[in-house]
Design a protein around this ligand. Structure first.
Ligand code: ADP
Ligand code: MG
Length: 329
């Protein structure tokens, strides 16, 4: 089982940033309002993710590390309509198989926290406020061939930050902090929950990508097919286009994705207003009926498959064209 987990780890855990992605996913699934990520050596020596979510009861701590252990899907039918971040119960087992992992957790109703060391299996009482801390040390320590592929600490750190940034742009209501080598490197404060949605998004975008992103973009909001598809977010003005596609963020049902259909549709919307090889900036959020999209395509869940990609393509294109007031052919 250890070997199977290590093989699974190859698909899920490529570098420290993949661990960060999975741990922040879990923290969000647990209902966290504040997530703190602490890193040493770009995440290679230590990745610690602290949350103030629902916690894990001590009896369930060993189960959380087991393969295909998930508290999130009850049957296969449910797998079809998953809306949580995780759903396969693979991430923690995979991560624990290629690192020294520990879980410190306390559900709000428990009178103390418990610490589980994955390697020794030792479980003991510890102190902590309600919530969970996952610690992942010495990533790939037992697989030197994999460790060799890691880049410099600075590069790995940049990927870790990008990983948190992707989550942060989806959840303005959650606060995020990233520390590296004991120094605070990023902090994005939670936007108060009563804030209107597009306002909240604008604030978070300004915090994470800079006020220029907001000043140089327009709000997108359109509903298609009686609510089966909603496109929202912000689309950059043609003048704000860049030489690199480094400020193009796409989300499907709250999850960051890389999707050809969305990217192509966005490009098509800018076709008549952008010249040369300039790349538009945008943050687009697709809300779609879960039955119209398959999210189980890729182990890292970064790809999706739409049932009707033409429908989604047209929705995106029209939503951006409307935002930019581009006349439609
Ligand atoms: P998945 O997220 O697909 O369920 P994981 O391997 O990522 O699988 O996590 C296994 C289980 O551990 C989760 O289903 C959840 O019950 C528990 N868990 C992991 N991280 C947290 C956390 N930060 N807070 C509460 N529960 C957690
Ligand atoms: Mg998970």
């Amino acid at each position: 089982d250890e070997l199977i987990s290590q093989i699974a780890a190859g698909e899920v855990v490529e570098r420290p940033a993949s661990v960060v992605r999975e741990l922040v996913d879990n923290a969000l699934d647990a209902g966290a309002r504040q997530i703190t990520v602490r890193l040493l050596a770009g995440g290679v020596r230590l990745i610690s993710v602290e949350d103030d979510g629902g916690g894990i009861p001590p009896a369930e701590l060993p189960i959380a590390l087991r393969r295909h252990a998930t508290s999130k899907v009850r049957d296969l039918q449910e797998l079809e309509g998953v809306t949580t971040m995780g759903f396969r119960g693979e991430a923690l087992a995979a991560i624990a198989s290629v690192s020294q992992t520990s879980i410190l957790s306390r559900p709000p109703e428990a009178d103390s926290a418990w610490l589980l060391d994955a390697r020794s299996g030792e479980l003991r009482r510890a102190a902590r406020a309600p919530g969970t801390t996952l610690e992942v040390k010495e990533l790939f320590f037992s697989t030197p061939a994999r460790r060799k592929f890691l880049k410099t600490d600075a590069t790995e750190l940049a990927h870790c930050i990008e990983s948190v940034r992707r989550h942060a742009l989806a959840r303005p209501d959650v606060g995020f902090a990233i520390w590296h080598e004991g120094k605070l490197v990023e902090q994005w404060r939670a936007v108060p929950p009563e804030t209107e949605h597009s306002q909240a998004l604008a604030r978070r975008l300004a915090d994470v990508l800079g006020q220029e992103f907001v000043d140089n973009s327009l709000p997108v909001h359109r509903i298609f097919n009686n609510g089966a598809i909603t496109i929202s977010g912000r689309a950059g003005l043609p003048d704000a286009a860049r030489n690199r596609a480094d400020q193009q963020y796409c989300y499907v049902n709250g999850r960051f994705v890389r999707d050809k259909v969305i990217q192509h549709a966005a490009k098509a919307a800018y076709e008549d207003v952008l010249h040369g090889h300039k790349q538009p900036i945008y943050a687009l959020y697709v809300r779609i009926d879960p039955l119209r999209v398959d999210v189980n395509v890729h182990p890292t869940k970064i790809e999706v498959r739409f049932r009707d990609s033409r429908e989604v393509h047209q929705a995106i294109k029209h939503a951006i064209e409307d935002a930019l007031a581009v006349p439609r052919a």
